[in-house]
Structure formats: C-alpha cells, structure tokens
Design a protein around this ligand. Structure first.
Ligand code: GLN
Length: 447
C-alpha cells in the first residue's frame, strides 16, 4: 500500500516536480508483493525509496544528471543501495540531480530542473534536489542523496525535510559516480529524524570495496534518540549568524535554539575563526578532484559518443564537448588550472593547508561542546533562474555547509520553522566524527 501510494503521488505530481529520471514500477510492485507475502523481511521491509541518479543500481540507467552518461546501465549495484535492498526496501527509481552533483539548485541537470513542491516557481536546492523534493511531495518515504559541499543538507532545508550528512567513511562510496572523492558522502532524506536514523543504520558500516570506509562498529542509532537534550552542550558559532544571513531564516533558527535551551540544553557561544575561507577552499579542492575524476568520460567507456568524429582525439574532444554541460566544463577548467605546474602550490596545496585549519576549528570547538547549531543555508529556497547567470552568487550560498564537508564531520538538517511566506527553514546540527547519535538526539528534540 505504501508503494502504491508513492507511485500514485509520482503519477499525480511528478509531471511538474520532475524528481524522477527513471522509474521501476514493475520491480517496485513485485518487491512490495514479496513483502506482503512475507518472503522479504528486514528493518526497511516494504519502505519505498528513491535513489539519486549518481548511484549505480544494476540494470537501471545511471545518468548522474548528465548527457554524457545517456544510455549507460551499470552492471553492478552501489553498496549503500544493496544494503537497502537487503533491509527489505522497495526501490522506486532513479532521481534527478545537478549534473555530476555540481550545483545548489538542481538547475544544472541535463534533464530539466526539479521544482520545489512548496512553491513550484522555486528551486528545491541542490545538488540532490530531486531526492529532497520526492520526500517532500510524498513520492518516496525516503531517498538517498549525496553531499559533497551541502547537497543533502541544503535541499533538505529548502524542501522542509530531514537530510543527513554522515561522517566521511561511515557509508561506503562503492558504486557512487565520483565528483570529489575526499568530500563525497551518501546519506538519506526522510520526513523524520527517526527515519533518518533507521536508514543510516541500514546503509552504514565497513565495505571492503571502499578503502576509505570505516571499520568502526555501527551503533543502533535509534537507541538514544528519545533521550532529550537536557545536559547537552550545544555550540552556536558567531560566524554563522553574521552578514548575509536572511532575517527570515535567522528568526526560526534562533527560536529553535531557545526551544532547545528551554528543553535543558546548555547553549554555548563558540568560534570557528577560519569560516570565511571555506567557500574558496572548497571550490579549489572540489574542482581539482572533479577534473581528475571526470577524465574517465572519454566517449569510449560510457554512454554518449560524438557521432561525427574522424580521429581518436576528435572523438574524445567532441564527446566531452557535447556530453558535458557548462557548469561541469567550468569546473574541469578550474580544477585543471589549480592542479597545473606553477599554480599547484598557490592554490591546491594552500587549500589543503586551509582545510586542516578549518578542521582544527571544529576539533577545538568540540572540546567544549557536544554539537554545533547553525542555519543550514543563508536563505530559504530562491526562484528558478534567480542565480543561474551568476556562478559566484550560487557558490556563496554554500557558505554554511562546505565547512563540515571539508572537516569530514557529520551534519543533520532538520526543519525548524518557516519564513513569513511559509517557505521551510532548516536548522543544521553538526557533530563530532562518528557521533551521528547526538545529531539524532538533537534533531528529535526539535521535531
Ligand atoms: N553546491 C555545491 C557544489 O556545487 C555542493 C554540491 C554537492 O554537495 N554535491 O559543489
């Protein structure tokens, strides 16, 4: 029944929202029947879930929102997705996103933008905009997204749902089409904190196929979720409440912080002094890694190949020229530049050094507090087209999310109120490495 409900919501709403790039209706209904017949059990038995189209699912398309992967059907399944299947989940299909997860508005998809279900003139956020919109519109009970610099937390905030960035290494990246390997993470979108804890429990844990996946044991994330926040020390960094924060976002965030104080948390001012360097640092490291990861798309091994090439080098050049969109090309150029001889020390090496300072900021703060509270994004969802001509304005909107990405720590965005226009606002809760349990405790207290 859950699966049918989601499928009808897709039928009714997705013509406008455009969250799904492909659907597996028959596969989903067949799995739902096996669950009803008791042939499939598990902690997520019968739960309909959508998968961001950067994750491989055997036999289904995987476009990463790009024309260059048109027609590619991976021959294997990503570990995170396979673990959902093993937990009994029903897979509904593959979900729209910015091309190669590059973007903050889902307007960089080669398959058209996703629209925010709360206001279809507005963006859902990005790059996992489809994953957030699908949950917000009841077109899935949960979805998987990926977050490299904010792509789970920011769309969760814009669409009024819960989005989790797990600690780097907590969830295997095997089967994820790489954007920036030292930053990429897979995590869930759900409509409640408890559901996010359940999905993380299913997908987390060591995987021999990903050398960066942690061997740390996976706790029962729901066990301590109802303990409340009494006695927790929660840090509020002044740098995240400065110029550029929309007062319409500040108000619900500050009200929620007061609510947590009233519930017994101790609110502690903290400082993260290198925050202002985070956006440039992120855009150097992310583009450098992207330029290297995207070298594999050459017209030979995957998807799209230019038809009219006469020579091998023409085939490479024309396939990449025709297959990649403008934002992806911009990043390949930037990334190649910052890695090139003569500029490497000035840009890439410097960025790695600043990354260490940003991480140390958090480690120092976590010496004093159990978690940190910030707005997830400086504004609520903006209008489609509002920032498409200005990549810098788009990049600056990532200011509150890229810090945790660079530091490898975990983060949760939970809905915490609305603007006076009724647009959702998210509270970002940042936690120590591998301390997702505290995030869920705080998230549950906000709900
Ligand atoms: N908006 C950021 C970018 O464009 C983050 C994207 C992401 O997290 N995948 O790179």
């Amino acid at each position: 029944a859950l699966t049918e409900r989601c499928l009808s919501a897709i039928e009714a709403k997705d013509g406008v929202v455009n969250a799904y790039l492909s659907r597996d209706r028959d596969g989903a209904l067949a799995q739902a029947r096996r669950v009803d017949a008791g042939e499939v059990t598990g902690p997520l038995a019968g739960i309909p879930i959508g998968i961001k189209d950067v994750l491989a699912v055997e036999g289904q398309p995987a476009t990463a929102g790009s024309k260059i992967l048109e027609g590619y059907h991976p021959p294997y399944t990503a570990t995170a997705v396979r673990r959902l299947q093993e937990a009994g989940a029903v897979l509904l299909g593959k979900i729209n996103c910015d091309e190669f997860a590059m973007g903050s508005s889902n307007e960089n998809s080669a398959y058209g933008p996703v629209r925010n279900p709360h206001d279809t003139d507005r963006v859902p956020g990005g790059s996992s905009g489809g994953s957030a919109a699908a949950v917000a519109a009841g077109m899935a009970l949960a979805t998987l997204g990926t977050d490299t610099g904010g792509s789970i937390r920011q769309p969760a905030s814009f669409c009024g749902v819960v989005g989790l960035l797990p600690t780097y290494g907590r969830v295997s990246r095997y089967g994820l089409i790489a954007f920036a390997s030292s930053l990429d993470r897979i995590g869930p979108f759900t409509s409640s904190t408890r559901d996010a804890a359940l999905v993380l429990g299913a997908i987390a844990g060591h995987d021999p196929m990903d050398a960066t996946s942690s061997t740390a044991p996976v706790p029962d994330y729901t066990a301590s979720i109802d303990r409340g926040v009494a006695g927790l020390r929660l840090g509020v960094p002044a740098e995240y409440f400065a110029e550029g924060l929309d007062p319409e976002v500040r108000r619900p965030v500050e009200e929620t912080i007061e609510k947590l104080r009233a519930a017994g948390a101790e609110i502690v001012p903290v400082s993260l002094p290198h925050t202002r360097y985070a956006v440039p640092t992120y855009y150097v490291i992310a583009t450098a890694e992207a330029s290297s990861n995207l070298a594999r798309f050459d017209g030979v091994r995957y998807g799209y190949r230019a038809a009219d090439a006469k020579t091998l080098s023409d085939m490479y050049r024309l396939s990449r020229e025709g297959g990649f969109g403008p934002e992806v090309k911009r990043r390949i150029l930037l990334g190649t530049y910052v890695l090139s001889a003569g500029y490497y020390d000035a840009y890439y090496k410097k960025a790695q050094q600043v990354r260490r300072l940003l991480t140390d900021d958090f480690l120092t703060a976590f010496g004093q507090v159990d978690a940190i509270l910030t707005p997830t994004a400086p504004t609520a969802a903006f209008k489609l087209g509002e920032k498409t001509d200005d990549p810098m304005a788009m990049y600056l909107a990532d200011i509150y999310t890229v810090t945790a990405s660079l530091a490898g720590i975990c983060g949760l965005s939970v809905p915490c109120g609305t603007t006076s226009d009724g647009l959702p606002v998210g509270l970002q809760i940042l936690g120590k490495h591998f301390d997702e349990s505290t995030l869920f405790r705080v998230g549950q207290a906000v709900e």
